[in-house]
Design a protein around this ligand. Structure first.
Ligand code: BG6
Ligand code: MG
Length: 218
């Protein structure tokens, strides 16, 4: 038996914030006259704020000064922050507490592995800080997903070997990062999109505790 570690992405896995990221990007894209669909937004999931703006500007074939770039980056974030300002525990996705509570009761170490620089304030707002032994967010990583860095740091902080870590992710880039780290990847979302994930569930309501127990080798 090996000690297992569970690593959770935040946006779109624990809380329903993926839709707010989409709305804030859509707002900016409309303003710049760049078409932006929900399908395109899939490519923004798990990707750093800066990289998302770079991609958007590439799509719009816009080349801008550093100060204009920074100002749009700030604008997107301010817009996003307005959505999350009033967030409460009601925006924790269904059955996530069921899994977190089960793992906590069994003393299985848990980490957050998010690309977001807003991860800590969001976790605080929804009251989930105490669940995590380690919180690794966009302020600590130098290489964004699909680079495995964020999950490798989390595994190190949990003191669990990568091959004994289980990662929950809703982003293509995040699944790739988990796979590259040699971890077990669990996709939360659509099977047609998360094709590289070891397992895929629509959401946590589809995940039985029996399955978590097996993964954790309890
Ligand atoms: C990820 C989201 O969790 O965080 C991305 O999936 C987002 O869509 C990224 O761009 C960065 O978030 P933030 O909050 O730092 O802008
Ligand atoms: Mg996500």
């Amino acid at each position: 038996m090996h000690r297992k570690g569970f690593i959770f992405d935040l946006d779109g896995v624990i809380v329903d914030t993926a839709k707010y990221h989409y709305l804030a990007w859509k707002h900016l894209a409309d303003e710049l006259g760049i078409p932006f669909t929900k399908e395109q937004n899939e490519q923004f999931k798990g990707v750093s704020r800066k990289r998302c703006l770079e991609i958007l500007l590439e799509w719009g074939e816009l080349k801008v000064s550093q100060s204009q770039f920074n100002s749009w980056l700030a604008e997107k974030n301010e817009d996003y922050l307005q959505y999350i300002e009033t967030m409460t525990a009601s925006e924790i996705l269904p059955d996530v507490p069921k899994v977190l509570n089960f793992l906590k009761e069994h003393n299985v170490p848990m980490a957050l592995g998010s690309a977001s620089k807003n991860a800590r304030p969001i976790l605080k707002k929804v009251g989930l800080i105490p669940y995590f032994t380690s919180i690794v967010d966009g302020t600590q990583v130098t290489k964004a997903k699909p680079d495995p860095e964020v999950f490798m740091i989390a595994a190190g902080e949990l003191k669990v070997m990568p091959q004994h870590c289980i990662v929950f992710e809703d982003a293509l880039a995040g699944i790739e990062a988990a796979n590259r780290a040699g971890m077990t990847s669990i996709g939360i979302g659509k099977k047609e999109i998360l094709t590289e994930a070891r397992y895929v569930f629509k959401d946590f309501t589809e995940i039985e505790l029996k399955f978590i127990k097996e993964l954790a080798e309890l």
